[in-house]
Write a protein that binds this ligand. Sequence first.
Ligand SMILES: C[S@@+](CC[C@H](N)C(=O)[O-])C[C@H]1O[C@@H](n2cnc3c(N)ncnc32)[C@H](O)[C@@H]1O
Length: 257
Amino acid sequence: MNNQPYKKPNTSWENSAQKYHQIVGEEGHYYHKAVVIPKSLDLLKLSKDASVLDLGCGQGVFSRVIPKGAYYYGVDISKSLINTAKQLKASTDMQFNVQDITKEFTLPKTDFSHCLIILALQNVEEINVVMANAARHLESGGKFLIVLNHPAYRIPRQSSWGIDEQSKLQYRKVNKYMSPMKIPIDMAPGAKDRKTLTWSFHFPLSTYSDCLAKSGFYMERIEEWVSDKQSAGKHAKMENRARDEFPMFMAILAAKR
Ligand SMILES: C[S@@+](CC[C@H](N)C(=O)[O-])C[C@H]1O[C@@H](n2cnc3c(N)ncnc32)[C@H](O)[C@@H]1O
């Protein structure tokens, strides 16, 4: 039996901040630009009167796409990413702050119209605390958008592509789904010096749904977003079919009761 006390993993992307900023840049990485940002904006329908709280905002990529005039407040646990966000900030009244979203926190403003967490909820274990923080800072009826790597098809180390030679089909293999998982990700595989780890936490969709309900949200919509990439070459047909069948991302739009 393991009697060691549970050691909470350090989920900050501080050690990968420079590399992450190189990949994301000012406008976002490939999938931010092609899928995540345009589809999130479609779901959120932000106006210039909106006020947006961005949890796990990284270097603030979302702050650079919200409508002019809308209020924006971004929080992240990584000091370096918050500093980069501040350097790139599009307007003086945007706010960025270092904050651990897995601990209860209170900001002076508690009536945001929108709260979002883009590709960051999968990096924390205490999703119930994050959702409670979102609820505490939204006005009644306020929208909460969660964008995840698809929890059914993109489980690090537990999902992968396979090819059925007989039917010439590319399929998705999933080894485990219902069990919660805590998965270390090596951000610099092959690097000779110290490993740069981040963490990914897997939960089945029903856990997200339960936590949202317990935090005072109801789900308005689920969207599943596929990659827009196209293959060329002899496996193109099979690969393009698989890409259209297995979504990369899941978006959950919830509203505060
Ligand atoms: C994949 S990045 C996504 C950042 C940003 N939303 C984007 O789309 O570029 C995940 C972010 O979650 C942040 N994060 C991880 N654990 C956190 C915590 N406990 N509190 C606040 N932010 C956290 C990391 O520092 C990192 O910036």
